[in-house]
Design a protein around this ligand. Structure first.
Ligand code: 15L
Length: 264
């Protein structure tokens, strides 16, 4: 059984993954704050990713890392810089120095959020970030490629859509990721013998998808979630939202319209 570290373990996605993976790996979990639902049987080490010495402590003795840590939405530059740029560098650098074999990096759809919804994109498209947050995810993917190519770390980047029990609105019908499908993608990244450096979309089997995820399927990914089963409730929720003409044009939705002034 692999020793696996989950960073960002106190967040919503972290909480879900801890439950789904606790019988699969020997887990160590980390975050800046103690998860409210921390079990007596869970190993927890607090760490601020912006502090390299703290990061070296959480990666010691670990085989594989699921890196969810950092700031998970748009934020001021200082926050993104410390949590997602410096923090991500510390994570990869400390992992490599400690002899960690694999990293699964939680990238985001916001690394490519400015692709129009009319485009169906593969994982090898040029990044088109829709926010400082999206830029930091593109940076994390680039770091992953660098550590894989230069130092032999096995790295999988997941451009995660939206992890939830059900798609919350129209946009999420295209990008929804059932938590169990995320666990499946993470396991491919941590276990598949042929992984060197790969990018997958973190999406379930969504009929309205904008993404060609054949690269994940090539590694055996068989998503179980189908967003279409929730269309009625997602459409009803969408009807309550304010119109957002810019957001509705692009895959990243409100992350695109936020602070948008390209048409001044
Ligand atoms: C993300 O990357 C965020 O972490 C998450 O909170 C959602 O906003 C998601 O994207 C989304 O696009 O719905």
């Amino acid at each position: 059984m692999q020793n696996v570290l989950i960073t960002g373990a106190a967040g919503d996605v972290g909480r879900r993954l801890r439950k789904l993976l606790k019988d699969v790996y020997r887990l160590r979990v980390s975050d800046m704050r103690t998860p409210a639902d921390l079990g007596a049987d869970e190993e927890f080490i607090a760490a601020d990713l912006a502090d390299y010495a703290q990061v070296t402590k959480i990666v010691a003795g670990i085989d594989g890392i699921v890196h969810l840590g950092g700031f998970s939405v748009e934020g001021p530059w200082e926050t993104i810089l410390n949590s997602n740029i410096v923090g991500c560098y510390h994570l990869f650098e400390a992992a490599y120095r400690a002899g960690v074999k694999r990293v699964v990096f939680a990238s985001s759809n916001h690394a490519v959020g400015f692709y129009p919804r009319s485009n169906r994109i593969r994982t090898d498209v040029t990044v088109r970030p829709d926010s400082r947050y999206g830029v930091s995810k593109a940076f994390g993917e680039a770091l992953g490629a660098f550590y894989a190519d230069k130092h032999g770390l096995r790295v999988t980047c997941l451009r995660i859509g939206n992890v939830a029990d059900a798609p919350a609105d129209k946009r999420r019908l295209s990008i929804w990721l059932k938590p169990e499908d995320l666990a499946q993608l993470v396991r491919i990244g941590l276990e598949h013998p042929d992984i060197r450096f790969e990018v997958f979309y973190g999406a379930s089997d969504n009929e309205a998808s904008w993404w060609d995820n054949s690269n994940a399927r090539r590694y055996g990914y068989k998503p179980q979630g189908k967003a279409e089963e929730f269309r009625a409730q997602a459409t009803a929720a969408q009807a309550k939202l304010a119109p957002d003409p810019i957001g509705e044009r692009y895959q990243g939705g409100p992350f695109c319209s936020d602070e948008y002034d390209a048409e001044r």
